[in-house]
Design a protein around this ligand. Structure first.
Ligand SMILES: Cc1cc2nc3c(=O)[nH]c(=O)nc-3n(C[C@H](O)[C@H](O)[C@H](O)COP(=O)(O)OP(=O)(O)OC[C@H]3O[C@@H](n4cnc5c(N)ncnc54)[C@H](O)[C@@H]3O)c2cc1C
Length: 475
């Protein structure tokens, strides 16, 4: 499909150094690092350094009708950056600059390929009073894709999903045009998406199938001097979750509320499943473990907030602990999270997850728990309460040895069974779904909405070249 003429046209845009069709290079992009989804191979990789270069690349793709896949690190869990239909993989990692930080309006304008390490490092050095939300993903993963794909940060209670952290975008459409969305479309300020038609939504939740984001304004937050991390535990999710929900709705400077089950914690600890407790409830061990982070401006405010959290938690039946009790709580999960897919267990991990109503979380957990136990697997569950208690994330994870076909098959079976049960719960909507689960989202959607989605896709990507085989639109 890609001949020497096309290769030299691509080389003339970015120079020879930043184009490769060598198998040892294209191989690096052919699968999602941690998942065991079906693979896909690109024909050529290109690394542009500007929006103009991306426009040129998109024009060539349209001229020769070649698929295009935007990519930052490809570690997204759903294999949504895997080049399913070959073509040109656009590795955006040279576009890793912070272009502006507006301290007053608290945002950073960044390029589309910036990583968490780039952004965090820049802020710590140049704007130590401000911080970005932090994911648990490795530092080399992308900021912009995390926001576009509704990622979750440690400020989810204040800011919502990553998508809500986006103030505005600059995008090269699938047609090659460069557009801006948000206040930046008519001013030099990138303070927000209000009050114009919210065109950022044309690129959020689309998994790179409508355009390539070249710049984004990301909300930043003040770093407050006082912080405490609480752990609250009890035997069952059924008893613990309502207490968290109450805490989420009373303010108290809470920036993050997370709950996991014992299986997830054991996985953090790197325990091999053979050495782990499989059914915490049967063993009468606490199966509900939560992390609550609060922050404050003054000592007095901090003390009052901490007292209220202890009070509400304890009265609700949680055993509450914090650094005052010698328990360092939520500081270390980002590092521990990588242990879940450690190589001694074969490095494989896959989850099925959703955004859902706060009413459905416990049902989600209990259904997935039952299925995992049926297959002799330790259930692993994770949930975060978002945006002041307006909605939640709920998801189940399976670890496996990705070199063992039997384990992979078993993991897929379990995840697909969990999916079939939980997606029938009202208000549970799967996110970053792997290919096999995406069809359910498509089939469930209101038909006229699906039609509109497909029309938008055609408008923005008329030749259907952007990340084909992925996303909600018809491709
Ligand atoms: C151990 C571990 C923990 C994790 N924890 C978290 C977590 O706490 N929170 C969280 O949100 N995620 C988490 N993740 C998931 C994931 O790593 C992040 O969401 C990550 O930031 C996505 O970046 P990426 O570079 O992998 O994206 P990619 O896989 O490169 O891209 C993801 C999607 O976005 C598209 N895309 C990429 N760049 C652009 C662009 N500029 N314009 C348009 N489309 C684009 C791609 O085509 C693809 O569809 C975790 C992953 C791991 C391995």
């Amino acid at each position: 499909m890609i001949n020497s003429k096309i290769i030299s046209e691509l080389e003339s845009i970015v120079s020879k150094k930043f184009v490769s069709d060598k198998p040892e290079v294209t191989y690096l992009y052919h699968y999602d690092f941690v998942t065991a989804e079906p693979e896909g191979k690109c024909d050529i990789v290109i690394m542009p350094d500007s929006a103009e270069q991306i426009q040129e690349i998109v024009k060539i793709a349209n001229k020769y009708k070649i698929p295009l896949v935007p990519w930052v690190s490809g570690i997204n869990f759903g294999s949504i950056a895997t080049p399913r239909k070959g073509g040109i993989l656009v590795d955006l990692r040279r576009l890793n600059r912070v272009l502006e930080v507006n301290e007053d309006d608290m945002y950073a304008v960044v390029e589309g390929g910036i990583t968490w390490a780039d952004l965090q490092g820049y802020l710590e050095k140049n704007h130590p009073n401000l911080r970005a939300g932090i994911t648990w993903s490795p530092p080399g993963t992308g900021v912009v894709p995390a926001c576009l794909c509704y990622g979750m940060f440690d400020l989810g209670m204040i800011g919502g999903t990553g998508a809500e952290f986006i103030n505005g975008l600059e995008v090269v459409l699938g047609s090659g045009e460069l557009i801006r969305a948000g206040s930046c479309s008519l001013s030099n300020y990138w303070y927000g998406r209000q009050p114009l038609p919210d065109l950022s939504g044309l690129f959020i939740g689309w998994e790179g199938t409508t355009g390539i984001v070249t710049k984004a304004a990301i909300k930043l937050w003040p770093k407050l001097p006082y912080r405490e991390d609480f752990t609250g535990i009890t035997l069952k999710m059924d008893d613990g979750f309502p207490v968290l929900l109450k805490l989420s709705k009373v303010g108290l400077g809470i920036s993050d509320i997370l709950s996991v089950n014992l299986g997830w914690v054991q996985s953090w600890q790197g325990l091999n499943e053979k050495n782990a407790v499989q059914d915490a409830i049967a063993e009468n061990m606490p199966d509900f473990i939560s992390y609550i982070t609060t922050q404050a401006y003054s000592e007095k405010q901090h003390e009052a907030q901490c007292d209220a959290i202890r009070d509400i938690g304890t009265k609700g039946g949680l055993r509450i602990m914090s650094s005052e009790d010698g328990v360092e709580a939520a500081q270390s999960p980002p590092l521990l999270a990588w242990g879940c897919w450690n190589f001694s267990r074969g490095g494989g991990g896959q989850w099925i997850g959703s955004y859902c109503s706060t009413r459905e979380v416990v049902k989600f957990y209990n259904l997935s728990r039952k299925i995992c136990l049926k297959y002799g697997k330790s259930p692993q569950f994770y949930s975060r309460i978002m945006f002041g208690g307006h909605y939640v994330v709920a998801r189940s994870n399976i670890n496996f040895n990705k070199n063992d076909p039997k384990e992979i098959e078993n993991a897929r079976k379990i995840l697909s069974e969990i999916h079939d049960e939980v997606h029938n719960l009202e208000g549970v909507v799967m996110y970053k779904p792997p290919l096999w689960a995406l069809e359910y989202n498509k089939n469930k959607t209101f038909p006229a909405t699906t039609k509109l989605i497909n029309n938008i896709k055609k408008l923005l990507d008329p030749n259907n070249l952007m990340n084909p085989g992925q996303g909600i639109g018809d491709n």
